[in-house]
Design a protein around this ligand. Structure first.
Ligand SMILES: C[S@@+](CC[C@H](N)C(=O)[O-])C[C@H]1O[C@@H](n2cnc3c(N)ncnc32)[C@H](O)[C@@H]1O
Length: 275
């Protein structure tokens, strides 16, 4: 059996009792370490805290392992109990749906234990979950690569008065270009997009396109470390949010659509006290 267990967003104690029962009975425990790594401080001593609380050794599965070598984990799950831990909810990232499909194709039984995800905890900022359009992902721009399909989606959402949740790029275990040329991989340090960079990129795309789906006066909500004790939520215009220090990752951004009275009251509560 493969147990895919959501860990939630806060810290190692956010696992559910059902999730913990699964982990404790499994022969092997893997943790996905690239879609939401830092929220659990896994880069520091977070992993040993997890191992201590769960009473199990935990194997860190990086992107390569999950996307290319998952068959080994799935083979093990054919004749023993294996847990795959995911920060947030198992279905909060598309990769994990892929694992479920591959497991079912191999005849592996799968059980999912749900938990809070950025996709629903975002309700904390006061904008109603029912009034969001398509979620977008904003990738890091490079000198030569500036994909902007997210912009059209934001435009479509805005046309219907809907809010847009923007998930921001995470780069973990990316090989350097030079090392790829030399045939021996050396990895870049992990990179997490900040709300400030996301806003810069959004304003750049708007300027390139000569459209003002987003401009300096667009109302947004910046959210950092959602669900943790140090969560920070600030609602303000892009102009003002650009200068706010949101601190450590992970960050995401909501572009506000049409709002109702209750939503406005919540946004006032998160109004930028620094800007
Ligand atoms: C692919 S999603 C992973 C979602 C995760 N599996 C879940 O269910 O919440 C990763 C992106 O979501 C956003 N995100 C995830 N957790 C967050 C948090 N606690 N606070 C703010 N943003 C978060 C960040 O923009 C991050 O790059």
């Amino acid at each position: 059996m493969l147990y895919i267990v959501g860990l939630g967003l806060g810290d190692e104690r956010d696992i559910t009792i059902r999730g913990l029962d699964c982990v404790r009975k499994c022969a092997k425990v893997y943790i996905e370490a690239y879609t939401s790594l830092l929220s659990f401080g896994l880069a520091a001593n977070g992993l040993s805290k997890l191992e201590e609380l769960y009473g199990k050794e935990i194997i860190v599965a990086d992107r390569e392992m999950v996307e290319e070598k998952a068959d080994r984990m799935l083979d093990e799950a054919l004749d023993s109990d294996v847990a795959f831990l995911v920060v947030g909810d198992p279905f909060g990232a598309t990769t994990h749906t892929d694992i479920v499909v591959r497991a079912r194709q191999m005849g592996v039984n799968v059980k999912v234990v749900h938990n809070a995800s950025v996709m629903n905890a975002i309700g904390a900022c006061g904008l109603q979950l029912y009034r969001y359009g398509e979620t977008v992902s904003i990738p890091f721009f490079t000198e030569t690569w500036r994909p902007d399909s997210f912009y059209v989606k934001i435009k479509n959402n805005k046309q219907f008065g809907l809010h847009t949740l923007c998930l921001l790029d995470i780069r973990v275990k990316e090989p350097t270009f030079e090392s790829l040329c030399r045939g021996k991989k050396v990895y870049e340090p992990p990179k997490f997009m900040t709300i400030n960079t996301a806003i810069e990129q959004l304003l750049d795309v708007a300027a390139d396109r000569g459209e003002s789906v987003c401009n300096e006066d667009t109302l947004c909500v910046g959210i950092a470390r959602l669900g943790s004790d140090s969560q920070k939520i600030v609602a303000d215009t892009m102009r003002n949010l650009r200068g706010v220090d949101f601190g450590d990752p992970l960050h995401c951004l909501v572009i506000v659509g049409e709002t109702h009275d209750m939503e406005n009251q919540m946004l006032d509560f998160y109004g930028n006290k620094q800007g």
